[in-house]
Every structure is written in structure tokens, then in C-alpha cells.
Design a protein. Structure first.
Length: 287
């Protein structure tokens, strides 16, 4: 079962067409010339009993032809099955579209990044090496101009680095990411601010105190309104999406209970939904 953390990281690459190409450039990947980026089908199985479905497939297109396929996989833990599935993803996409293909693995843990970046030995003389972005090679976006130029990268930087032991650095990264996210279109703005807010979790108050200590101010009009209104409505919607993603469609009675929750209760549900085995367990704070 996928988690909110998984889905929110994936959404950064789905919503921002430049996110994957910018990350690959950071990893020193030489990209071909292209005109546009668009999303392709993530279904990567042929007519066989096994089903292979990637998290996200993007194509770089020049004119009417694909010049590169990019498979994006968000990996929050080790999964040895992926060492067999990933090469199949690449081979199927390459065969189907007759274009070069690369695999980009996104993670928030250095231990997972080290595991995912290992060479996959397919047999004598045949190997697969994924590209991996994790805490150690995700840039710390601390400058407002850089954050405005690539909002998705700034939000990714905030999510990856917000638990850094250097609290002042973490607060700076989160601050510029929030400010950049506050000045884009309203739909993505609210979505990205929710991502940052939910990922902060237990570090939220410490980060907030640090941001206040060096005079951080929410400058964007949307961010000011978002903070002033307590983010209650947006928080409720994101928690409802988390619950539905984990436990399936929610009855009206459950939605009503969540919409009547206090901020502290919503915080607890957002944390519990990632580990709870049942819907009632996730909603324990509403009892």
C-alpha cells in the first residue's frame, strides 16, 4: 500500500514537467535535445501473466519522436523485488517505443539511496545501473531566486532536508520552498504547501520557532492567507485523500467525522494513517 509520502513525492514529478529533467541534470546525465516533456503510460507489461507498473513514465519529445523515456520510481524503503522489476520496466519501455530509456529513483533516506544505486547484474556482461536522488545529492535550495526558478526542486529539497540536524539550514530551505510555492497557480500552490506541512510532522514546531528566530515572514499573498486561516480546510482534504488512498472510498459518516476534527486531531490522523492497520485505528484520535 503506497503512503502519502510516496504519493506526494511522485506528484512533484507528475505536476512539474521540468522536475525529472532538472534532477537528471544534477546527476550529470547528458540529455538529448528535446522540445517538450509529457507523461506516458506507466503500464509496462507485455502480454504475460506478470504485471509491471512503474510509478511514473515521462517522455522527452523532439518533433514527432521520443528521444528519451524516463521512468521515475519513488522508493522509501528497500525492496529486493525491484531489482528484478526495474530492468523489466526499462526493457519493455525501450522495446515498445524504440527510444533510449533511463530509470530515476527518488528517495528520502541515504541508506535506501545507497541500496537503489547498486549495479543490478543481469547476467554475464549485462548490467543495469539506476540514477538515484536522495538526501546526500539533493541540493539544499536556500536562495529565493533558485526556488522560484524550479519550485518542484525547492519543495523536494524541503521534504528531503527538513529533518537535517542543522535546524537553521532546514528552516531556511523550508522557508524559501514555502515562499516559492505560494507564488504559483493556486491549485499547485495549495498542494505543495500541504506536502511540506504534512512532511514536517514532529519537526514542525522546532522549524517554525527557528524560522521565526531569524525573522522569516510568509511573503506570498496565498501563503499569508493560508497561514492566517490555519490551513484547516486544506488539511482536512489532504487527510481525507490519505485515508481513501490507504483504506478505500470513505463513507459519508467518516468524512463528516474528519471534517469536524480539530487541528491537533488531524495532525495525529496524518501520522497514524501511515502505520495503522484499520481505518478505525487511523481515526483513533477522534474517539
Amino acid at each position: 500500500m503506497v503512503s502519502f509520502s510516496h504519493e506526494s513525492l511522485l506528484e512533484l514529478f507528475r505536476s512539474g514537467s521540468r522536475a525529472a529533467t532538472e534532477v537528471l541534470r544534477l546527476l550529470a546525465v547528458e540529455l538529448p535535445e528535446y522540445d517538450q516533456v509529457h507523461t506516458g503510460s506507466a503500464q509496462l507489461s507485455d502480454l504475460t501473466p506478470a504485471e509491471y507498473r512503474a510509478d511514473l513514465v515521462l517522455f522527452l519529445e523532439q518533433g514527432s519522436r521520443y528521444v528519451l523515456g524516463i521512468i521515475v520510481e519513488v522508493q522509501l524503503g528497500r525492496d529486493e523485488d525491484k531489482t528484478y522489476a526495474w530492468p523489466a520496466y526499462i526493457a519493455n519501455l525501450r522495446s515498445r517505443h524504440r527510444c533510449p530509456v533511463c530509470l530515476l529513483v527518488v528517495t528520502t533516506e541515504d541508506s535506501v539511496a545507497h541500496w537503489a544505486g547498486r549495479t543490478i547484474d543481469l547476467g554475464p556482461g549485462t548490467r543495469c545501473i539506476p540514477w538515484v536522488i536522495g538526501p546526500s545529492n539533493t541540493p539544499a535550495v536556500t536562495e529565493p531566486r533558485q526556488a522560484q526558478d524550479n519550485v518542484e526542486l525547492a519543495v523536494l529539497s524541503a521534504i528531503v532536508h527538513m529533518h537535517d540536524s542543522n535546524t537553521e539550514l532546514a528552516a531556511r530551505i523550508v522557508s524559501v520552498a514555502r515562499d516559492a510555492a505560494a507564488n504559483i497557480d493556486a491549485e499547485r500552490s495549495k498542494l505543495y504547501l500541504d506536502f511540506i506541512d504534512v512532511h514536517q510532522g514532529t519537526a514542525a514546531q522546532e522549524l517554525k520557532n527557528t524560522m521565526n528566530s531569524f525573522g522569516y515572514e510568509y511573503k506570498g499573498e496565498f501563503a499569508r492567507r493560508y497561514m492566517a486561516e490555519g490551513k484547516a480546510e486544506g488539511r482536512m482534504e489532504i487527510v481525507l485523500k490519505q485515508l481513501a488512498k490507504r483504506f478505500g472510498p470513505l463513507p459519508d459518516s467518516i468524512q463528516t467525522r474528519v471534517r469536524g476534527a480539530q487541528d491537533a486531531q488531524l495532525d495525529t490522523i496524518a501520522e497514524q494513517v501511515l502505520t495503522a492497520h484499520t481505518l478505525e485505528e487511523a481515526l483513533g484520535s477522534l474517539d
